[in-house]
Design a binder for this molecule. Structure first.
Ligand code: 7TS
Length: 415
């Protein structure tokens, strides 16, 4: 059990009780130190119990029955959508399309809006810091359709080069698609300003919010993005469900994505009429229990307060960067704590990042090693891989100290 007298924004002693996994002993005497939230966040009991309760009491398929359970399941599924819409300040829950994850949300835009609107030679602007899920769908479209791709460069400090962005915008792009927060550098990009500039240039904007929605207060109406994608599992919710937010007129003008049940108004042998939003994009039986869990995850974050969560993470990240910087041989990637979220990617001189992660794991410290699905970004920095520690609302300064001690152990082992 974690105990601390260190006063912080969040009550960590109480919060950690909400996450049963954080108390896990991996091996006798080896407690889990979970520093891999960027890959997926841990789940509070409220979410676990809500999903368990759904299967015990309310399980039925949605939108297709008049019996009590079917109505109850439909209400739970749609109520969750309402709370998620409110959480991101969407004008309407009809703009919140359930998908499997961020990856599927981006692919939905690439398969529907982009295939209906982009011609050979049309320019799509991406950035050098994108996760593969915001690169590969566009590579695929480039091969199929002959669109052109160009990239906002990343500076050595891990920031987007906005001067070059301005020059790219002069080339009449049709779409600008970028991550709100980098999963490697932690960089929080100036999304509102970038969206405004893209709109002035006449482009549609898609934002990858996989790392921002869990950690920052995001406001769809203030940001004014045309599309915004995120995943439940990175924000205390379950795997298997995510969201594509879109502007109503755009979503209405787009062809459907997958065809099948639920996404139709009417079907004849040789034709169909698509359903209204949001169902038009939700073919087949969806992740119902997951939607219920997602809604409770959003309640959990709302109760803590996104500003408090961001403040806590900032405090932890600042401390972590300070302590990691002191270690001889450690090289950190990304900007200073004031420009980033809770991510610390680093290399340790003379030791492969996988070895670092493996040795830390012996002490129960979970960090990720590799290219973190951002191979081009690592190539830019001339390295194949980094080790990455990431922090969330349940992490403590004591855990940062364990990480630092662990890295000293690695150094000792490698002489
Ligand atoms: N975009 C960003 C910025 C991400 O960090 C991730 C996942 C995705 C998209 C894809 O999300 P998914 O839910 O569709 O898989 N990032 C990571 C990571 O950094 N380590 O594991 C997954």
């Amino acid at each position: 059990m974690f105990t601390s007298n260190d006063p912080m924004t969040l009550n960590l002693i109480e919060i950690r009780k909400d996450f049963p996994i954080l108390d896990r002993e991996l091996r006798p005497g080896v407690r889990l130190t979970y520093l891999d939230t960027t890959a997926t966040a841990q789940k509070p009991l409220a979410v676990i119990n809500a999903m368990d309760d759904f299967y015990r009491r309310s399980n039925a398929n949605i939108h297709r029955g008049v019996h009590t359970l079917a109505e109850e399941a439909t209400t739970l599924y749609e109520n969750a959508r309402e709370r998620i819409a409110k959480f991101i300040n969407a004008e309407s829950a009809r703009q919140v399309i359930y998908t499997r994850n961020t990856t599927e949300s981006i692919n939905l835009v690439a398969y529907t809006w982009a295939r209906a609107n982009l011609k050979p030679g049309d320019l799509v602007i991406l950035t050098e810091m994108e996760h593969h899920s915001n690169l590969v769908p566009w590579h695929m479209l480039q091969a199929e359709r002959g669109i052109e791709l160009d990239f906002i460069p990343v500076t050595q400090d891990g920031l987007l080069d906005l001067v070059t962005y301005g020059m790219l915008l002069e080339r009449n792009p049709k779409l600008v698609s970028f991550t709100h927060m980098s999963n490697v550098l932690g960089t929080i990009n100036p999304a509102a300003e970038m969206i405004r500039l893209a709109h002035e240039a006449g482009a549609i904007v898609l934002v990858d919010g996989a790392q921002s929605v869990p950690h920052l207060k995001v406001d769809m109406q203030a940001l004014d993005a045309d599309f915004y994608a995120f995943s439940a599992h990175k924000m205390c919710g379950p795997t298997g469900i995510g969201v594509l937010y879109g502007k109503t007129a755009l979503l209405e003008s787009m062809p459907p994505f997958l065809g099948g049940g639920d996404m139709i108004k009417e079907v004849k042998l040789r034709s169909f009429r698509a359903n209204t939003l949001p169902h038009k994009f939700e073919a087949g039986t969806p992740a119902i229990a997951e939607a219920v869990g997602f809604g409770v995850a959003v309640d959990y974050l709302t109760n803590l307060g996104m500003d408090n969560i961001a403040a806590h993470e900032h405090e932890i990240t600042e401390y972590a960067l300070e302590r990691l910087e002191e270690i001889p041989g450690v090289k950190l990637f990304g900007p200073s704590a004031d420009k980033k979220g809770g991510v610390a990617s680093f290399t340790l001189e003379g030791v492969h990042p996988h070895d670092v992660a493996q040795i830390l794991d012996r002490d129960g410290i979970a960090v990720r090693a590799g290219h973190h699905c951002a191979q081009p970004l690592h190539e830019k920095f001339g390295i194949p891989a980094t080790s990455r520690a990431s922090f969330y609302l349940y992490n403590t300064k004591e855990e940062v100290d364990l990480l630092v001690n662990g890295i000293y152990t690695v150094k000792k082992m490698f002489g």
